[in-house]
Write a protein of this length. Structure first.
Lengths: 125, 107
């Protein structure tokens, strides 16, 4: 059974870099799948941040692309998110998730399952 | 970006009711449409992928359908554990986008 767990600071200062790690258990990320990050401002909806493949290839949301870096550490079975130059608008619950695909669909249909429990990151001085 | 608009935004219903939530895409998204359920303080949980494929373990009272650019999530007979927020999500074009959510409350 695949499980994901986010970790990282709960408080980040404005203009600094938010760094989160997602630890995966029950599956070796070096085998395959994309892995994704999604965020949810408190009381609001979901925003996709981006996906990363075990090779390091990424698909990123253009609205965040200039500030986002993702990377994979297969030796630790983890993948990570860095979001630079944060502001209060980046305050959110950050979720990591496995990305599943129906490759027979054109284009492939991608969905998120399972999700980590989420971690709240607050941007404040 | 593909806009996903859910209706209604909130809904009150009773145990045993049949309810339908609609998600409309701003452009064609083929069958690249998925549904999630989120309970307070929890991560979203996948219910349906590819319009109508039920995720393993999800009760069969949940079903998904489509009509053009409109997609539906139907719960045939509401159970107490179904009161939650429901989100649709498209993956036809990047960026992946979600609907704004439909809050389903107990009447």
């Amino acid at each position: 059974q695949v499980q994901l767990q986010e970790s990282g600071p709960g408080l980040v200062r404005p203009s600094e870099t938010l760094s989160l790690t997602c630890s995966v258990s029950g599956y070796s990320i070096s085998v395959g799948y994309f892995w994704g990050w999604i965020r949810q401002p408190p009381g609001k909806g979901l925003q996709w941040i981006g996906n990363i493949y075990h090779s390091g290839r990424t698909n990123l949301n253009p609205s965040l692309k200039s500030r986002v870096t993702m990377y994979v550490d297969t030796s630790k079975n983890q993948f990570s998110l860095n979001l630079s130059s944060v502001t209060a608008a980046d305050t959110a619950i950050y979720y990591c998730a496995r990305v599943l695909s129906d490759i027979e669909a054109r284009p492939p249909n991608n969905w998120f399952d399972p999700w980590g429990q989420g971690t709240l990151v607050t941007v404040s001085a | 970006d593909v806009q996903m608009t859910q209706s209604p935004s909130s809904l009150s219903a009773s145990v045993g009711d049949r309810v339908t939530i609609t998600c409309r895409a701003s452009q064609r998204i083929s069958r690249n449409l998925n549904w999630y359920q989120q309970k307070p303080g929890k991560a979203p949980k996948l219910l349906i992928y590819g319009v109508s494929s039920l995720e393993s373990g999800v009760p069969p009272r949940f079903s998904g359908g489509e009509s053009g650019t409109d997609f539906t999530l139907t719960i045939s007979s509401l159970q107490p554990e179904d009161f939650a927020i429901y989100y649709c999500q498209q993956s036809y074009s990047s960026p992946i986008t979600f609907g704004q959510g439909t809050r389903l409350d107990i009447k």
